[in-house]
Write a protein that binds this ligand. Structure first.
Ligand SMILES: Cc1cc2nc3c(=O)[nH]c(=O)nc-3n(C[C@H](O)[C@H](O)[C@H](O)COP(=O)(O)O)c2cc1C
Length: 155
């Protein structure tokens, strides 16, 4: 079923970052979408189990970092390990957005968002955020479109 859905509904690949105090982390997410023009709202479906969610819940802020076609490996680094056990930023350069979220310098664009609503949906939480700031850092690259086989093997 999951492979069918992801073959039908196209998604990009993003790294959602967050900071609470001196703790920073990031996780790969494909379930990211815009949900409103005015105010400008975007949302991400995040499992409650993610360490990233712990930081978002505490800080009420997150940042969407957009990943390009050449960055499958980066997305794997953030998508198959938990920040509870490894420092995913050990070899990743970042700078701080105004509200403190890490902006991955290699991302081609980012949006820093303040949480406006969190809705429980099945086994994930839909976390909607108002876009506070953002920028395109590199307009020359193509976005990474999620393909099941790039991350989970098979077709
Ligand atoms: C391509 C890809 C897409 C993913 N999309 C999501 C997503 O949309 N929501 C989510 O909660 N987890 C998603 N994950 C899983 C998290 O990235 C993964 O569980 C991560 O290790 C969580 O890290 P953390 O515990 O440090 O927050 C995705 C993983 C991959 C590889």
């Amino acid at each position: 079923m999951q492979e069918l859905i992801s073959r039908t509904v196209s998604c990009g690949v993003y790294i959602i970052t967050a900071r609470h105090g001196d703790k920073i982390n990031g996780m790969t997410a494909a379930w990211v979408t815009q949900v409103s023009f005015k105010p400008a709202l975007v949302g991400v479906a995040v499992s409650r189990q993610r360490y990233t969610y712990e930081l978002i819940e505490a800080s009420r802020v997150f940042c969407i970092n957009a990943v390009s076609r050449e960055q499958v490996q980066l997305a794997k680094e953030f998508g198959f390990k938990t920040g509870r056990r490894v420092d995913k930023f050990a070899n990743v350069e970042y700078m701080n957005a105004p509200k403190g979220s890490p902006i991955i310098k290699a991302a081609y664009a980012y949006l820093e968002c303040e949480v406006v609503q969190t809705v429980e949906m099945g086994d994930h939480l839909f976390v909607a955020g108002r876009v506070e700031t953002g920028a395109v850092l590199n307009g020359q690259v193509e976005p990474l479109i999620f393909r099941w086989g790039d991350f989970f093997g098979g077709k």
